[in-house]
Design a protein around this ligand. Structure first.
Ligand code: ADP
Ligand code: MG
Length: 223
């Protein structure tokens, strides 16, 4: 598979916006693209079935066509950790099935962009985490760091675990556009601290984007 797996320092740090930006960046480079949101909770009940806003946004920014269920095989209604939402439905998330589905999707485009849920070690089922899934995807990882108070620890812990697992990091993104980024008194020094401690490249700094301008994110990212 060619592409990237998107993780973040937490939920709500800009993974989906960055994943959409990367899809558009790849498209501008002339690649056909497809996306995957393997597991999503907090979905909405519609006439067509459960729908997740991350998966729907990613589908808007990929060049290839696919059915919703192919892009988001596990969709759950309650906004809770996926393995708990699955358990409520008497389901166990099957990582092997997700890896197979990722390969099927990836064979239909030049690049695949897969967005995890939550952070790197969010549980997938009783035994596994999203990190285990990412290892099986064998895709380079992009870490989205939501720049705010506490992000240095979250970012460095995540990078340490990614490296410990022998997973290649394509780079990291500094999202300085979160509501609570302003809790961080010196954004520049925080970013410099991370740059000096993370060997993978900084792919771009995303400012506050009023209108969720995905093409602007694509133009910022060097990927
Ligand atoms: N740079 C930014 N500018 C404006 N809004 C942002 C920015 N980054 C994230 N957001 C907003 O914050 C929320 C969480 O972002 P999202 O990409 O969904 O994060 P995640 O996928 O990590 O949960 C969304 O409402 C998104 O529009
Ligand atoms: Mg998301």
């Amino acid at each position: 598979m060619n592409g990237v797996f998107i993780t973040g320092t937490d939920t709500g740090v800009g993974k989906t916006l960055c994943a959409a930006g990367i899809l558009e960046a790849y498209r501008q480079q002339g690649f056909s693209t497809i996306a995957m949101k393997p597991v999503a909770s907090g979905c909405e009940q519609t006439d067509e079935g459960l729908r997740n806003e991350d998966a729907l946004l990613l589908m808007q920014h990929m060049s290839e066509q696919a059915n919703y269920d192919e892009i988001n095989p596990y969709a759950f209604l309650p906004p809770m950790a996926p393995h708990l939402a699955a358990a409520r439905n008497d389901l166990v998330i099957n990582s092997g099935a997700l890896v197979e589905q990722a390969h099927a999707l990836a064979s239909r485009a030049d690049r695949i962009v897969i967005e995890g849920a939550g952070g790197w070690l969010a549980p997938l089922n009783e035994q596994q985490t999203f990190a285990d899934l990412a290892v099986q995807f064998k895709l380079p990882v992009v870490l989205v760091v939501g720049i705010r108070l506490g992000c240095l620890n979250h970012a460095l812990l995540t990078v340490e675990n990614i490296q410990h697992r022998g997973v290649n990091m394509a780079g990291w993104i500094a999202n300085i556009g979160l509501e609570n980024t302003s809790d961080c008194l010196d954004i520049g020094e925080n970013i410099a601290t991370l740059e000096s401690r993370i060997s993978a490249p900084l792919l771009g700094k995303i400012p506050y984007l009023n209108d969720q301008n995905i093409l602007e994110i694509a133009s910022i990212l060097v990927i």
